[in-house]
Design a protein around this ligand. Sequence first.
Ligand code: HEC
Ligand code: HEC
Length: 369
Amino acid sequence: MRNYKLKYPIAFIILLGLFILSSCKKDTAPPAPIPTPGPTAYTWEDPLFFQQMIIPEDNPFTVEGIDLGRKLFYDNRLSADNTQACASCHLQENAFGDPNQFSTGIDGTEGNRQGMTLINLGYQFNYFWDARSETLEEQIIQPVINPIEMHTTWAEVMVKIKADQSYMEVFELIYATSDIDSIHVAKVIAQFLRTVVSSESKYDKWRKGEYEFTPSEFNGFQIFQKEGGDPELGQGGEWGGDCFHCHPLAGMQFSDYQLHNNGLDSVFTDLGRGEVTGDPDDYGRFKTPSLRNVEVSGPYMHDGRFTTLEEVVEHYNSGGNPSATIDPFMKYTTGGLQLSDQSKADLIAFLKTLTDITFLTDTAFSDPN
Ligand code: HEC
Ligand code: HEC
């Protein structure tokens, strides 16, 4: 009972304290800030078993940026005569690659390189077949001004973009300025492209325990990750395909993104990395492409010389063509891989488990117009 009595004074003191406090606040507290409009932060989550995406500090994801980047990726106004968008050469059903051997620019000029797939770009650290761009933002500046691609100037493009009020409203919301230039455009397109992620192939599902390989797919998987070459003929062979050395499973991208000469030619018509560095040791070296969605990304190699996966596998099976820079993992010195017809078929069955229908049909990546 004594306790009961005590409560009153305590409660009174607390109430008095609160009253004093709140009245003090009234006098000194600044007026509540008017909320300033700004972009909505977007939190990226890496798919299971993936490494951490490389997101530049000066280009964080925003909901509005990704959305605007997607619109710009599909916008013809990025070319001189308003006929070509990034998506004209990078088609979603082809894993954002070009189904033609060489891409054709707005003037009808053909390039000499095959349009690359755009898959999981946020996990890469160099861009183009010769790795001449180190960031995605830097890469995106290029096609617009390339004379055999969109063949315009950024000044011309910016006039068109600035005349579009619906674009400018979003740019101003994100960057709090109306002084928008090519860097801002490249940034939002890069944001969009970083979300263009493939992680739902049969292979991914198998890794997660949600899919069972057929015996052929499983055998192909084993060939993919076994050392190559006939043990009878020398050099540690186990009758595998030796694909994993340059197209590693770790990191889930099926590419080391390094530059190798995989033995396509003995005489080079395109020097690849050598054209960038001028170093003879780099002649004929090209960036290893990811093998994700390879079933739909042909034609294959930097010059699109192979139209089928059968031709590609036959190339590796032959061991490739010798040259001063051929990669030591190519088995030309030991008579090629010597895979049986069944093994070749199984290897291709495995490569097809990297097809991701969800990615190829995801409406979040498709033309918003
Ligand atoms: C005329 C066809 C064409 C157009 C238009 C085009 N590209 Fe490309 N893209 C290519 C070709 C060809 C390559 C490979 C060029 C090379 O390596 O020299 C490529 C390479 C790339 C790469 C490098 C991918 C990698 O894995 O290294 C990215 C990223 C890319 N393009 C994005 C874009 C964006 C963004 C646009 C629009 C601003 C665009 N492209 C417009 C044909 C095109
Ligand atoms: C020495 C490293 C190396 C090895 C080993 C290797 N690759 Fe490649 N792969 C590359 C490089 C580099 C390219 C691109 C070459 C070019 O275009 O000039 C490539 C391209 C490809 C392509 C074409 C992809 C595209 O989008 O154009 C396929 C498919 C492929 N490799 C599959 C395989 C298979 C299957 C094996 C095993 C039998 C294998 N690779 C072994 C380095 C290698």
